[in-house]
Design a protein around this ligand. Structure first.
Ligand code: ADP
Ligand code: LRH
Length: 468
C-alpha cells in the first residue's frame, strides 16, 4: 500500500485532517489528497477571557485520525500546523494549566505601548524582526505577568498550539521553529530564544524548549493515542512548518516565470510577503510593519500580517444567526452584482474583534462620512474592496525593500476561492495574480512529511496535485 501522511491543519476558523500520498507519474509524482475530517474552530468567551476550546480541537484531530484508520490507510506519519502566537502551559504533573487564551482576547491591549516605553523598539526589532501586534506571544506573557497570573509560576513548559497537540500525541516537549518565530521572542538571526529579553520580562527561559527545526521526527504516537484512534503505534509525529503560514508558503506554487513574486496566504488572516534567505532587520522594514517569520528550510518569510477574511467570516456568522446562510459562492455572486459603497481601514483594531461586524462597519462609515453598505452584497463588496486596497499598500511597501518591484502574486488558502477579491486584488496591485491551491497549508505540511520520510528529496519532484 502507498504510504499516507496525515496533515492536521488548524486555522483560526476551522480545522481539517487531510490525507496525502504520492503516486509516481511520468518522471515525477502526483500528490493525491483526500479530506478525511473537517470541523469548526470556535473560541469561547468564558468570563473575562476569550479562550480556545482546546479539548474539542484535540478530540477533533483524534476523530480525523480514527476516520483515517477506519478507511484502512497506511498512515506512516502525522504533521500538525496551526495559527500563530498562542500557547498552553504545562505544569509539573504534565497537565495543561488552564485553557489556552485566544489572540483575540483583549487583555493584551496596551501592552505594546508599555513595552515600547521599557525597551527600545529599534533595538528590539533588530533582534526579533517582528511586526508589533498586540496578539504576539510576548504581549500575552507580559499581560499575564502584570496580572500576577499564577499559571506562570506553576508552568514547567510553554508549548505553542501545535507543540501542545504534539505533546499530547507523543509525550515529547518541543518548540518548533516556525511557530516560535511568531512569538516576537526569538532572535531572528540565530533562530534561538532571546534569553536576555525573557529575563528582562521576568520570564524563566527554562520554560522554553530548545528550538526544533521543521522536518524533524518528534517521536511515535503514545500507546494510548494508538488505542484511541486505531492508528499503528509506529506512526510518527513529524515537526512540519507548524505555523500554518509557513506550511502554506512552502507549498505556494510557482505558476509564474518571474522571480519577483510574492505570496498572499488568504484565510482568517491575510499574510502577504516574500520568501528570503535572510531576515531584513532594518529600520525601514520596522517602520513599514514587516515581520521576518520562520519558513521551512530555514527560510525567512518577510510579510505583513493583515486582518483578512475574518471580517467576512464575522458578517457571515451574523447572517447565519438571522437564519440566512447563502454560503460563500452565493455571497460572492451577490457582491459582484452590488454597488461599491465605502472603503474601510482593515487595520483598525475594531475589525479584529468578535463584535457584531455589520454594526462595526456601519459605525466606521458614519465616522468617516462614507455611505454605509446596506445589503449583504454591498457588505461583502466593501470588505473585498478594502482588502484589495490594503494589499496594494502592502505590495508598495514590499517593493521599497526589494531590489526590483514585484510582478506576480500567488494567492493561496481558502480565500483564493474568492474570485471577486482575486480580481480586485489584481486591479489594485497591478500584479499578475494566480489563485490556489485552497489547501496550500495541508499540502505544505504533507510535502515536508514525505521529504522527512525520504520518499522524495524535494518538493519539486511533485509535479501534479489531485483531490480525490
Ligand atoms: P483558515 O485556515 O484561516 O480557517 P481558510 O484558508 O480555510 O481559513 O479560508 C477560509 C475562508 O476562505 C472563508 O472564511 C471564506 O472567506 C473563504 N472561502 C472559502 N471558500 C470560498 C468560496 N467558495 N468562495 C469565496 N470564499 C471562500
Ligand atoms: C494565520 C495566522 C497568522 C497569525 C495569526 C495569529 O492563521 O497563523 O500568521 O499568526 O494566525
Amino acid at each position: 500500500m502507498n504510504p499516507t501522511y496525515l496533515a492536521a491543519d488548524f486555522g483560526g476558523g476551522s480545522g481539517r485532517v487531510i490525507a496525502g500520498s504520492l503516486r509516481t507519474e511520468g518522471k515525477g509524482y502526483c500528490l493525491e489528497l483526500k479530506e478525511i475530517h473537517r470541523f469548526a474552530n470556535r473560541p469561547v468567551q468564558m468570563g473575562d477571557y476569550f479562550v480556545w476550546d482546546f479539548p474539542s480541537l484535540y478530540a477533533d484531530m483524534l476523530e480525523g485520525f480514527a476516520k483515517a484508520a477506519r478507511q484502512g490507510l497506511d498512515v506512516v506519519s502525522v504533521g500538525i500546523d496551526t495559527w500563530g502566537v498562542d500557547f498552553g502551559l504545562i505544569d509539573s504533573t504534565g497537565q495543561l494549566a488552564g485553557m489556552p487564551v485566544c489572540y483575540r482576547d483583549t487583555h493584551t491591549d496596551g501592552m505594546p505601548e508599555i513595552f515600547a516605553r521599557e525597551e527600545s523598539p529599534q533595538a528590539h526589532y533588530a533582534e526579533a524582526g517582528i511586526q508589533v501586534l498586540p496578539i504576539n506571544t510576548l504581549y500575552r506573557l507580559m499581560a499575564m505577568k502584570r496580572a500576577d497570573d499564577p499559571r506562570l509560576d506553576i508552568a514547567r513548559r510553554l508549548l505553542f498550539t501545535p507543540d501542545l497537540l504534539t505533546y499530547f500525541l507523543t509525550g515529547h516537549e518541543i518548540n518548533e521553529y516556525t511557530i516560535a518565530s511568531t512569538s516576537e521572542m526569538l532572535d531572528a538571526r540565530t533562530r534561538s530564544w532571546n534569553e536576555p529579553l525573557l529575563r528582562r520580562m521576568g520570564l524563566r527561559p527554562e520554560m522554553m524548549c530548545p528550538i526544533t527545526m521543521p522536518g524533524t521526527v518528534v517521536g511515535n504516537i503514545t500507546p494510548r493515542v494508538a488505542e484511541a484512534t486505531g492508528l499503528d503505534s509506529k506512526v510518527k509525529v513529524v515537526a512540519v512548518g507548524s505555523h500554518d503560514t509557513a506550511s502554506a508558503a512552502f507549498a505556494s506554487p510557482r505558476n509564474y516565470t518571474t522571480d519577483r513574486a510574492a505570496f498572499l496566504s488568504s484565510g482568517t488572516w491575510s499574510l502577504l510577503g516574500v520568501e528570503l534567505d535572510e531576515p531584513v532587520l532594518t529600520e525601514e522594514a520596522r517602520r513599514a510593519g514587516f515581520s521576518n517569520e520562520g519558513g521551512v528550510g530555514a527560510k525567512t518569510l518577510l510579510l505583513q500580517n493583515i486582518t483578512g477574511l475574518w471580517i467576512l467570516q464575522r458578517l457571515a456568522a451574523q447572517w447565519r444567526e438571522r437564519g440566512e446562510d447563502p454560503g460563500w459562492p452565493a455571497l460572492i455572486d451577490e457582491a459582484e452584482a452590488a454597488a461599491d459603497t465605502a472603503v474601510i481601514d482593515v487595520d483598525d483594531q475594531r475589525f479584529s474583534r468578535p463584535d457584531a461586524m455589520e454594526q462595526t462597519i456601519a459605525a466606521y462609515c458614519r465616522e468617516t462620512s462614507q455611505p454605509s453598505p446596506s445589503t449583504r452584497g454591498e457588505y461583502v463588496r466593501c470588505v473585498c474592496r478594502s482588502l484589495a486596497e490594503r494589499y496594494r499598500k502592502a505590495v508598495e511597501q514590499v517593493n521599497t525593500l526589494l531590489p526590483r518591484p514585484l510582478e506576480a502574486l500567488q494567492i493561496i488558502g481558502g480565500g483564493s476561492n474568492n474570485r471577486l477579491l482575486n480580481a480586485m486584488t489584481a486591479e489594485a496591485t497591478g500584479l499578475k495574480v494566480f489563485a490556489g491551491p485552497a489547501e496550500a497549508t495541508a499540502i505544505g505540511n504533507i510535502l515536508l512529511q514525505a521529504i522527512t520520510a525520504r520518499q522524495i528529496n524535494s518538493k519539486e519532484q511533485v509535479t501534479d496535485i489531485r483531490q480525490l
